[in-house]
Design a protein around this ligand. Structure first.
Ligand code: NAI
Length: 251
C-alpha cells in the first residue's frame, strides 16, 4: 500500500473547502480539489504544490451521477484511490416558505444531500478495498432550524441522519463517518447572505459575533481543524458524531 493516502474535498475552490484541502495536504494527504469548474480549483492546487504537497483539480457537479463517477475514477487514476471524503460542496437559496420556489428547494437538496450520497457511494468502494476510510459531512447549526432556510436546514439535518447511517453501515470496514456543523464562518457564503439581507458585511459580522459566546465569528481554519481531527488516526473510535463548531453550545 502506498504511504500517501488520497483525500477528496468537494467545493474546495474557496472558503471552508479550500482551507480544508490545504489543511489535509499539510497533514500529509494527496488532495483532490473538486469544484464546479476545474479552473477554479487550480489556485488551491498550486498553493498545495508550492507548500510541497500533491493535489489535483477536478471539475464536477456533485449532484450529477455520471460526473461524480467520472471524477472519482479520475482521482483514483491520477492521484491514488481516495479513502478520505469531505462532503463540503454547498449552496444557499434562502427564502421564507411562502416564497420558496421548487427550484430553490430542489437545488439545495440536490447539492447537499444527493451530492453527498453520490460522492459517498462512489468513494466507498475504495475505502472498503483499503479496509480504512474517513467520511466527514458538512452540516450546519441551521440543522436546528433557521428562518428563511427551510430547504437548507432540511438538507443539513438530513446530512446528520445520513452521517449516522453510514457510520453504522461502514464501521465494519474500518470506515468512520462524522459531521462537522459550523456556526457563522466568514466566507463568500455568509458575505452573500449579508448582501441578500442588505446589511454591510462588517456590521453583519459584528452583529453575529455579539451573539456568540466566544465573541467572534468563525474562520475556515476553525472548521478545517475539526475535519483534520475526524480524519486523523487518533479519531478511529469516533464515528457517527456531529460536532458543532460554533463558538458556543448547540443542541
Ligand atoms: P462557499 O460558497 O464559499 O463555497 C462553496 C463551494 O462549493 C464553492 O466553491 C462552490 O463552487 C462549490 N459548489 C457549489 N455547488 C457545487 C456543486 N454542485 N458541485 C461541486 N461544487 C459545488 O461556502 P462555504 O461557506 O465555504 O461553505 C462550505 C460548506 O460549509 C457548505 O456545505 C456550507 O453549507 C457549510 N456551512 C457554511 C457555513 C458558513 O457560515 N460559511 C456555516 C455552516 C455550514
Amino acid at each position: 500500500m502506498s504511504t500517501t493516502r488520497t483525500a477528496i474535498v468537494t467545493g474546495a475552490a474557496r472558503g471552508i473547502g479550500a482551507e480544508t484541502a490545504r489543511r489535509l495536504a499539510a497533514d500529509g494527504f494527496a488532495v483532490a480539489v473538486l469544484d464546479l469548474d476545474e479552473s477554479a480549483g487550480k489556485p488551491v492546487v498550486a498553493e498545495i504544490e508550492t507548500a510541497g504537497g500533491r493535489a489535483l483539480a477536478v471539475g464536477v457537479d456533485v449532484a450529477d451521477e455520471q460526473a461524480v463517477e467520472a471524477a472519482v475514477a479520475r482521482v483514483a487514476a491520477e492521484l491514488g484511490a481516495p479513502t478520505v471524503l469531505v462532503n463540503n460542496a454547498g449552496i444557499t437559496r434562502d427564502n421564507l416558505l411562502f416564497k420558496m420556489t421548487v427550484a430553490e428547494w430542489d437545488s439545495v437538496l440536490n447539492v447537499h444531500l444527493r451530492g453527498s450520497f453520490l460522492m459517498s457511494r462512489a468513494v466507498q468502494k475504495h475505502m472498503i478495498e483499503a479496509k480504512w476510510g474517513r467520511i466527514v459531512n458538512l452540516s450546519s447549526t441551521s440543522a436546528l432550524g433557521n428562518r428563511g432556510q427551510a430547504n437548507y436546514s432540511a438538507a443539513k439535518a438530513g446530512l446528520q441522519g445520513f452521517t449516522k447511517t453510514l457510520a453504522i453501515e461502514l464501521g465494519k470496514f474500518g470506515v468512520t463517518v462524522n459531521a462537522v456543523a459550523p456556526g457563522f464562518i466568514e466566507t463568500d457564503m455568509t458575505a452573500a447572505t449579508a448582501a441578500r439581507v442588505g446589511v454591510n458585511f462588517e456590521d453583519y459580522r459584528a452583529a453575529a459575533a455579539a451573539q456568540i459566546p466566544v465573541q467572534r465569528i468563525g474562520q475556515p481554519a476553525d472548521i478545517a481543524n475539526a475535519v483534520s481531527f475526524f480524519v486523523g488516526a487518533a479519531a478511529g473510535f469516533v464515528s457517527g458524531q456531529v460536532l458543532y463548531v460554533a463558538g458556543g453550545p448547540k443542541d
